[in-house]
Design a protein around this ligand. Structure first.
Ligand code: XBP
Ligand code: MG
Length: 257
């Protein structure tokens, strides 16, 4: 039986990357007078690096016009990131970023059934707060017993630390939990912590190969297109019944591409 759901944020709860974080980074580049721009394709490549500051440093390593020297780069990455987070907070309000289809229904079902829920992300706390407050309201934390963010870990996903911290705070063993992630790195993080994971593919990881998920599909809104197929047919959304069935066969970990 699942005791707790461990929710990833970016890509899983909401499609935040292409029209949220990416646009905010580009606005910050403008504000700071940098003639840099991350188009959709480049941002997709950079998503291999988790963490906004880390992503900036990875991009700088490929540019001729980045500052020379680690300290100067880190200072610039910090400034861009702070500015970007302000733009992100504005963007989640206007034009707004909605929860992905099917997310609210599963949050509500889990709450009604008394499951414990946690946020397990390595995104910065301010960005988590902006998104959650705008989508779930001022008291969003009431729905989550534990909230692990980027500042709480030394090693971001795909390292297991964020999930391990959540397990420790919940005092649960990995097999009592189910992680919900959207990316190969997120799935790898959960698996490294030995937590069974289902993957709801997001925009940037629609075709990515994913190792170690117990199930993978296009989103929580639809049972059609999931592997393994849902026992009760393709009509309707993915609910706790489907998650419990996959979780019960969690030893059948598969690779999906
Ligand atoms: C999301 C990330 C984050 C966001 C940006 O990872 O990789 O870096 O893109 O957020 P996950 P910050 O979905 O695993 O949480 O700028 O706050 O890092
Ligand atoms: Mg994610």
């Amino acid at each position: 039986m699942i005791q707790a759901l461990l929710w990833d944020v970016d890509g899983t709860l909401a499609e935040t990357e292409r029209d949220g974080h990416r646009v905010a980074f580009n606005r910050a580049f403008d504000d700071l007078g940098l003639r840099w721009c991350w188009d959709e394709a480049r941002y997709g490549e950079l998503l291999r690096v988790t963490g906004g500051r880390e992503r900036l440093l990875a991009d700088m390593a490929t540019r001729g016009d980045a500052p020379v020297g680690a300290a100067a780069r880190e200072a610039l990455a910090r400034d861009i990131h702070a500015c970007k987070n302000r733009h992100y907070a504005a963007l989640v309000l206007d034009p707004g970023i909605a929860l992905r289809e099917g997310v609210q229904a599963l949050l509500d079902e889990a709450r009604a059934r008394g499951l414990r829920q946690a946020i397990v992300t390595t995104t910065s706390r301010d960005n988590v707060e902006s998104l959650m407050r705008s989508t779930l309201g001022r008291r969003w934390q009431d729905g989550f017993e534990v909230v692990v963010c980027g500042e709480d870990v030394r090693d971001k996903k795909p390292a297991p630390e964020a999930h391990e911290r959540a397990l420790a705070a919940l005092r649960l063993s990995p097999l009592e939990c189910l992680a919900i992630e959207d990316s190969p790195g997120g799935a790898a993080a959960a698996r490294a912590a030995e937590v069974p994971v289902v993957v709801t593919r997001s925009h940037y990881f629609a075709d990515a190969a994913v190792d170690g998920a117990i199930a993978i599909g296009p989103g929580l809104h639809a049972r059609r297109g999931w592997r393994p197929a849902c026992e009760h047919g393709d009509d309707g959304a993915v609910g706790l019944r489907e998650l419990e069935a996959w979780h019960a066969s969690a030893d059948c970990v598969s690779s999906f591409d």
